[in-house]
Ligand binder design. Structure first.
Ligand code: FMN
Length: 137
């Protein structure tokens, strides 16, 4: 089945606690699993960056729902392209809380979010493409 990858950035309306993030992840996992959506949600200093992977129509419908969620605002799509493979095949929704510095890819991921905030490229590569590249290796 052909799939797309959709990546957006948004701003949390308030500082998210670990519990807030766990609630979002739990909700996402149980909804995404039956519709064959996978991906990862990154949180850093009040900003969300999410990768959603799945059939194009399903992703667009899901994004329309997520975008309206009152826990965040100013959502902006950075990337929505067909993909040969999923980058997060094993995750109905992975969660990376960068405020906890829990990731071994912390420095690269924060750079991606910082660049995405202002639509700046990293070298000559877009933040979204850089993000996908980080998880390819
Ligand atoms: C940053 C963020 C990311 C989210 N990601 C997902 C997601 O991947 N899948 C999902 O179903 N809901 C996601 N949600 C939650 C949805 O906006 C919505 O609250 C939820 O899907 C409603 O679930 P329900 O229809 O079962 O009540 C996310 C919410 C936020 C704030």
């Amino acid at each position: 089945m052909s799939i797309n990858q959709l990546i957006y950035i948004s701003q949390a309306v308030r500082k998210m606690s670990l519990e807030d993030l766990n609630t979002i992840q739990k909700q996402s996992k149980s909804n995404n699993q039956p519709i064959e959506v996978t991906g990862s949600l990154f949180y850093n200093g009040g900003w969300f960056l999410q990768v959603l992977e799945g059939p194009e129509v399903i992703l667009n419908n899901l994004y329309n729902k997520i975008e309206k969620d009152p826990r965040h605002k100013d959502s902006r799509i950075l990337y929505n392209e067909p993909a040969k493979f999923r980058t997060f095949p094993r995750w109905s929704m992975n969660m990376v809380n960068l405020d906890d510095r829990q990731s071994d890819k912390y420095v690269e991921l924060v750079e991606v979010i910082e660049a995405a905030k202002t639509d700046r490229k990293i070298g000559s590569v877009s933040p979204a493409a850089t993000l996908l590249k980080i998880f390819k290796s």
